[in-house]
Design a protein around this ligand. Structure first.
Ligand code: KG4
Length: 340
């Protein structure tokens, strides 16, 4: 008999539901929340209210696109954390209620594990291209900057992580500071393509081991822009492409230096990337070229599977389900990774 899993993701500002059958994706629906744009960042209270509005239509759309009736579901996988507590509460409560109504098990998933396993989402009609275990995943988003060693679907070790800001935060905060808008990553990425990445230099951190730090570069950019603007108020407008290109290159250098170090230390040559920042064109290009140079096999998931989506939660939930894991109905969401 087939295993049909409904995945639910609501950790931040995307409400998403997906259906997978025996590991193959049948549907993946994502409702993003534009309401936060006006505030230059995600407003937690507005996010949870939008999840409440979106969750029922998103789940029914995912089931209808998959051609699956609720009664045919085997289990419901949901993001338990980490993320915004109010947002997580919506997805978790919905999964519990639906599981109870259908009398089927629910399976909790760590959001980060979803990102780690995004390459294993199989799509009908598309070639299967999966990394071999063990592989390294560079997980980069608005909340995470990590290098993770994945030994098996449910077995992973954090090799390094940020000690302060996430790299996506650096993109977003610096974009806001330069008056370029939110979310900052896509704007900086677009402007960077037209600029000179070697024109300006920004401070790189000296952090031991495989950990990252991104707060210093934020300050370095702040002082740089402030000083230059004092000399020429038009400086930002005249040079924004070069500033973005140089800033982005510095962030990519920081990310890649540690990834190369991790690959050397572990001898692992299958490298994947996940999280919203992995949509960055400069980073993708660099990973590809670095991979060719070093004999790595690199895996770049499709854009729709790099940002928050329920397909990755469904596939991770599928592995948990196969391992016999079931989550009790009194489960509560958790906001932090350390609470998992
Ligand atoms: O994974 P994600 O959708 O949400 C969480 O953080 O959980 O990641 C969002 C982050 C934001 O910081 C956004 O600026 C960044 O991903 N991002 C990018 C690009 N597209 C999105 N950063 C750099 N370049 C991009 N093209």
């Amino acid at each position: 008999m087939s295993d049909i899993i409904l995945g639910i993701e609501s950790s931040c500002d995307d409400t998403s539901a997906a259906v997978i059958k025996d590991g193959w994706l049948l549907s993946n629906v994502i409702a993003s929340q534009d309401v936060h744009k006006a505030y230059g960042g995600v407003v937690p209270e507005l996010a949870s209210r939008a999840h409440e509005l979106n969750i029922v239509p998103v789940v029914s759309e995912a089931l209808s696109r998959a051609g699956v009736k609720p009664q045919e579901l085997t289990a419901i996988a949901f993001t338990r954390g980490p993320g915004l507590l109010g947002s997580l509460l919506v997805g978790t409560s919905f999964a519990k209620a639906m599981g109870l109504a259908l009398d089927i098990p629910i399976v909790m998933v760590n959001h980060l594990q979803g990102h780690l396993l995004a390459d294993f989402i199989r799509q009908p009609g598309k070639e299967v291209n999966e990394p071999a275990f063990p592989y390294l995943c560079l997980l980069v988003s608005g909340g995470n900057s990590q290098i993770v060693r994945v030994d098996a679907p449910l077995q992973y070790t954090m090799l390094g992580q940020t000690i302060d800001d996430a790299v996506g935060e650096a993109f977003d905060k610096c974009s806001k500071m330069m008056g370029l808008g939110y979310p900052g990553g896509p704007v900086i990425d677009r402007l960077a393509r037209q600029g000179d990445p070697d024109r300006f230099k920004f401070t790189k951190p000296h952090i031991p081991g495989l950990d990252y730090s991104f707060s210093g570069i934020k300050t370095s950019l702040l002082y740089f822009v402030r000083d230059e603007m004092a000399k020429d108020p038009e400086f930002m407008e005249k040079n924004k492409e070069d500033i973005c290109a140089s800033f982005q290159k510095t962030l990519i250098d920081i990310l890649m230096d540690k990834l190369v170090k991790a690959a050397k230390q572990t001898g692992i040559k299958d490298i994947t990337i996940g999280g919203g920042v992995s949509a960055n064109s400069g980073l993708r290009e660099r990973l590809r070229s670095e991979g060719e140079k070093r004999g790595w096999r690199t895996f770049l998931p499709e854009f729709k599977f790099t940002t928050d989506n329920a397909a990755m939660i469904a596939i991770a939930g599928y592995y948990h389900y196969l391992a016999g894991e079931r989550t009790p109905l009194d489960v509560a969401p958790v906001s932090r990774m350390s609470d998992f």
